[in-house]
Design a protein around this ligand. Structure first.
Ligand code: ADP
Ligand code: MG
Length: 625
């Protein structure tokens, strides 16, 4: 192929512009990114060579070499991994924008620290080279390809890049950084070594640099031809737990997660038995930008006998634990395990179950012993964990115990167990209400009787809560009962006097209720007296089998068809407004008052009126008259 000049894809151009103009702190991460690409390339070679041993080309020792040239002001990162064909170089280094690109741009623009560290999170690490270089040259040859099929890629990091075919005997890739003016500090063996040790100690691959010796004549350190490792190159998870410090665990977490914060918790175990594997799993402190993308995986990397196999192994972790990061290294799986095989393997199933249990016990431990930390976790990941109720039948009980809610007793942090512990004498059900916000839930008229009697109600105000309720019916034998659905039956919680009083009031209200039913026939399914109201004249509730008004609104907002069943109007027969209805002087006035009663009940519940103008007209008529 003759030399060709191609344009970077538009989003890549934006990234490059930001990278070269606005990243100031943590510049050194360019080396971590390029070494990590070299390591990925070696992992890929190991993996592809399982089926095609010829790819080894009689060169089985994989390593990365890093050196610099003080005169030319270059740094080179060389690997003997998989390499790239010309098409791959064009696609991967210039024309295909990654899925995280857009988020990266947004985050970068918003970040005040201009922290280069951000770059690794979004799969655009290669371009970090341009933080310190005003020209990057990549020379590469794909494993198994002829020497004549080498490729040179080069760019100044502005609008376009060049590619051409070259002769290249060595398998793998050289990335050469031509440093910008002012970045000479990186032309130092000591500096490069310390960056490698900082970020790349746990790579499962040696990163080599030239050995230095003291030259007596020159009175300075000079380089020899001998190469020596600059990193430990021992996979952390293979070491004994007792030999690993907390700092090492944390550093490893940062390497695999690109998170700049320490993890919330971690667990490291060697599991023996029917299937043998090692797990090192972390729960992050902060949710990543794409937490809500259920298709995005990659938190847990699968290794087989220390050979990296894949990092999108969805078979390893349930979707609702997609925030977990870490490594699983199996001793039993075949090295050439395919995605399809992973789905079916009994060993993988056992690993997944074991790992899920470990994560849950890690969370239980935090919930038990570090309440504040758990509250932070819940704020970040609680809604994802709730998905587990519908996904993971086997762990439903354990999951439910980990849930925390707001209630009429506390604005956050209430567990089902706390709730049950506070249940009133004679109370069987766990009462809940769903709403759009905490304020709306608290203001709901349906809570009045519960407040009066001091009965706690859980306030469920997250979008997933309605969905959760459709999968979680009970906790330790106590039914979850929505106070906005069906007739309220306080059962044993009401004393005999109250019951008698309520019955009498309902009896007395019968004629009124019949009139209301006729007047509001088009807008309601039923009208009945209730004991649930104390201060409000009326409220609406959904019929037992119907969708709650809150859920119907949510579906509608999401663009879905929600067959809105007519609500049931419940009236407080003791209320002055209701009594006033009874004495309305004309049929017309009764009609107005009845509709106002219903409209107000809809508004109080957070709903929207179908005919707000009619409501205003009626209220005005009342105010004037
Ligand atoms: P990521 O590593 O997250 O995929 P990068 O921007 O770091 O994103 O790299 C982009 C792509 O370029 C890689 O996915 C890989 O296909 C290719 N690449 C980069 N460096 C190398 C290398 N040393 N050897 C082979 N391929 C490489
Ligand atoms: Mg990378």
């Amino acid at each position: 192929m003759d030399k060709k000049t191609l344009s970077f894809q538009a989003e890549v151009q934006q990234i490059l512009h930001l990278v070269t103009h606005s990243l100031y702190s943590n510049k050194e991460i360019f080396l971590r990114e390029l070494v990590s690409n070299a390591s990925d390339a070696c992992d890929k070679l190991r993996f592809e060579a399982l089926d095609k041993p010829a790819l080894w080309e009689d060169q089985p020792n994989l390593d990365v070499r890093v050196w610099f040239d003080a005169e030319k002001k270059t740094i080179t990162i060389r690997d003997n991994g998989i390499g790239m064909s010309a098409d791959e170089a064009v696609a991967h280094l210039g024309t295909i924008a990654k899925s995280g690109t857009r988020e990266f741009l947004g985050k970068l623009e918003a970040d005040k620290k201009k922290d280069a560290n951000l770059i690794g999170q979004f799969g655009v690490g290669f371009y970090s080279g341009f933080i310190v270089a005003d020209r990057m040259t990549v020379e590469t040859r794909r494993a198994g390809a002829a020497a004549a099929e080498g490729v040179r890629w080069s760019s100044t990091g502005s609008g376009d890049f060049e590619v051409e075919t070259i002769e290249r005997a060595e398998r793998g890739t050289d990335v050469v950084l031509h440093l910008r003016e002012g970045e000479e500090e990186f032309l130092s063996a000591w500096k490069l070594k310390s960056i490698i040790a900082k970020y790349s100690d746990h790579l499962n691959l040696p990163v080599l640099m030239r050995k230095q010796t003291w030259d007596d004549e020159k009175k300075e350190q000079v380089e020899t031809d001998e190469w020596e490792p600059a990193n430990k190159a021992q996979a952390l998870w293979t070491r004994a737990k007792s030999d690993i410090t907390d700092a090492e665990y944390q550093e490893f977490y940062k390497q695999i997660s690109y998170d700049s914060e320490a993890p919330l918790a971690y667990t490291h175990n060697r599991v023996e038995g029917r299937t043998e594997y090692t797990q090192l799993l972390y729960v992050p402190k902060k949710a990543p930008f794409d937490l809500w993308n259920r298709d995005k995986r990659g938190g847990v990397k699968l290794y087989v006998k220390r050979v990296f196999i894949m990092d999108d192994a969805e078979a390893l972790m349930p979707v609702y634990l997609r925030f977990v990061k870490g490594v699983i290294d199996s001793a039993d799986l075949p090295l050439n395990v395919s995605r399809e095989l992973l789905q079916e393997s009994r060993d993988v199933k056992a690993i997944r179950e074991g790992s899920t249990k470990k994560v849950l016990s890690m969370l239980e431990d935090v919930a038990e012993n570090q309440k504040d930390t758990y509250a932070e976790f819940w704020a970040q990941f609680g809604n994802v964990l709730k998905e587990g109720i519908g996904e993971d039948f086997a762990n439903r009980e354990r999951l439910a115990k980990l849930f925390r809610f707001a209630s009429t007793h506390a604005d956050s942090g209430v567990s089902f167990a706390d709730y049950v512990g506070r249940m009133k004498e004679g109370q069987d059900a766990i009462y809940v209400i769903t709403a759009d916000s905490l304020a709306a839930a608290k203001a709901s008229p349906q809570l009045e009787i519960f407040r009066k009697k001091g009965i706690e109600v859980l306030l469920l105000v997250d979008r997933v809560d309605e969905w959760m309720l459709s999968h979680l019916y009970e906790f330790e034998g106590h039914t979850l009962t929505s106070v906005a659905k069906g007739a309220v039956d306080l059962g044993k919680l009401q004393d005999e006097d109250e019951k008698k009083q309520a019955e009498a009031a309902a009896e007395a209200a019968k004629p009124l209720i019949e009139r209301l039913k006729k007047t509001l026939a088009e807008r309601t399914k039923d009208v009945r007296a209730t004991t649930r109201l104390v201060d409000s004249p009326a409220c609406i509730v959904a019929d037992e089998g119907d969708m709650s008004a809150h859920l119907a609104r949510m579906l509608k907002a999401a663009g879905q068809d929600a067959p809105r069943a007519r609500p049931i109007l419940e009236i407080n027969a003791d209320h002055a407004l209701v009594k006033k209805l009874d004495s309305a002087e004309s049929a017309e006035r009764f009609d107005d008052l009845a509709n106002i009663l219903l409209d107000q009940a809809v508004l109080a519940e957070g709903g929207v009126l179908e005919d707000p103008a009619a409501y205003v007209r009626r209220v005005n008529a009342l105010l004037v008259g």
